[in-house]
Design a binder for this molecule. Structure first.
Ligand SMILES: Cc1cc2nc3c(=O)[nH]c(=O)nc-3n(C[C@H](O)[C@H](O)[C@H](O)COP(=O)(O)OP(=O)(O)OC[C@H]3O[C@@H](n4cnc5c(N)ncnc54)[C@H](O)[C@@H]3O)c2cc1C
Length: 408
């Protein structure tokens, strides 16, 4: 791939912010303001940033073609979920202790190490003395990989671990990470010394810094310091498991949004159109699955091989699809310009709305389509408001097709 000098990228700022380095909070590495801290610029590959970073320019169309020999089929689920060969709903028959869901990701990495298909797995452990502060890690043993089980739901500079993998002379690597990281790694893969990289993708949206995550926990939990596991569940509630084993559940409709929206989400996540990590070999999440199952998209030939390794260890459930998203999406688009509510809804209304949407609302794949479309509509709105001059570079054609249906 040709190197293009994208010098001005370091001056990209949200309107009114004139000092991108100060905004990024990292003068040493001199990152652009719209940055998901993927970690590439912590390595000696920093000079490739302009050709790799999705927030400089999205390269989905080129990378889709390179990976699959074709682009996405317009106006099908591929516009939203990316190209995939098979979709599954499953969970580990024997769940992995400490895993976020049933531990499919940890199991896959374990198999790759045990079968010696890879010499190392880039993953995320917790920083010493913390539960949720991410520590990007190159795991070369199963024990190290197991320590990475469970989400550290904060921005994590995973690509920084590439440097160690290269230093150790690792040739076969598995990479567990988010969509923006995988976009960057796919874009520069041919320039790296690895013979094989297995891309294990996690879907994601709205990741926050560690400091903001702790602030969020303090706002939503009655006992933030004892939370050991947190997930945004498809039943429209945040589930927080505490040290003593009890689970606290807070409805999405009861979240103090007025205290959360004030720049808590990075501009990068607010400008992302890759919820489902479409450039991975295999995506493992939960968005399109009924609880407590996981949602798996095997995308490439490699992804299918990975899935076949998992298959004997999985329990399957049928793919579910219920409801129609259009009304809900249109309603959410109407709300985009409204300031977040400052007076909380009364408890009985929160309970009633949560009951109605979780019992009669969107389910399974339609829940995934609806959620993703609402996020993308919000993100397009954000870009038009804050980075109007960058819309062409940031918004891929497939997102325009999805949102065009709603007049955006
Ligand atoms: C920040 C974040 C947001 C997510 N949001 C969604 C979502 O909106 N919808 C959805 O369907 N799925 C989402 N997921 C994926 C989902 O929560 C589970 O991680 C996934 O289903 C795998 O579960 P598991 O039990 O197989 O994982 P486990 O076996 O527990 O393995 C989890 C893996 O996550 C990696 N990891 C932990 N923290 C991070 C991090 N900060 N960045 C990158 N990798 C990390 C670890 O290396 C570990 O290998 C998100 C994951 C993360 C990390």
């Amino acid at each position: 791939m040709t190197q293009v000098n994208k010098g001005p990228v370091l001056q990209i700022t949200r309107q009114g912010e004139t000092d991108p380095v100060a905004h990024s909070g990292d003068a040493k590495h001199h990152k652009p303001a719209m940055c998901s801290r993927c970690g590439l610029c912590y390595t000696h590959h920093r000079d490739k940033l302009a050709d790799a970073c999705v927030f400089v320019e999205n390269r989905y169309e080129m990378l889709d073609k390179k990976l699959h020999g074709r682009g996405r089929q317009a106006y099908t689920d591929e516009d939203m979920f990316g190209i995939y060969r098979h979709m599954y709903v499953a969970k580990m028959a024997k769940p992995v202790e400490g895993a976020q869901w049933s531990g499919i990701v940890t199991s896959l990495g374990t198999m790759l190490l045990e079968k010696k298909l890879v010499d190392g797995v880039i993953c995320v452990q917790s920083a010493p003395g913390t539960r949720f502060k991410p520590k990007p890690t190159l795991a070369t043993s199963v024990a190290e990989l197991r320590k990475a089980a469970g989400n550290k739901p904060c921005l994590s500079h995973n690509l920084s671990a590439l440097q160690e993998a290269e230093k150790l002379g690792i040739k076969r690597l598995a990479y567990i990470g988010n969509g923006c990281q995988i976009h960057a790694l796919r874009a520069i893969q041919d320039q790296l010394s690895f013979e094989k990289i297995y891309f294990i993708g996690l879907p994601c949206t709205d990741i926050v810094s560690y400091q903001n995550y702790m602030k969020f926990l303090g706002l939503v939990s009655t006992s933030a310091e004892t939370v050991v596991h947190l997930e945004f569940m498809p039943d429209y509630r945040v589930w927080m498991r505490h040290e003593d084993g009890h689970t606290e559940k807070v409805s999405y409709f009861g979240l103090p949004m007025d205290k959360l929206t004030n720049d808590i989400f990075p501009d990068s996540c607010m400008s992302c159109f890759d919820y489902t990590n479409s450039l991975s070999d295999i995506t493992i999440g939960y968005l399109g699955a009924p609880m407590p199952y996981q949602w798996i998209l095997a995308r490439t030939g490699t992804g299918e091989e990975l899935f076949e390794m998992l298959r004997p260890h999985l329990e399957f459930s049928p793919i579910v699809e219920k409801g129609k998203r259009d009304k809900v999406v249109l309603q959410s688009i109407k709300m985009l310009d409204r300031p977040p509510r400052t007076v909380p809804l009364p408890a009985w209304r929160i309970k009633l709305i949560t009951f109605i949407v979780s019992n009669f609302g969107l389910k399974g794949i339609e829940f995934a389509r609806g959620t993703l479309t609402m996020k993308w509509a919000r993100n397009l709105h954000f870009i038009r408001k804050n980075y109007p001059e960058r819309e062409d570079e940031l918004v891929p054609g497939f997102a325009r097709r999805v949102l065009g249906r709603y007049g955006l």
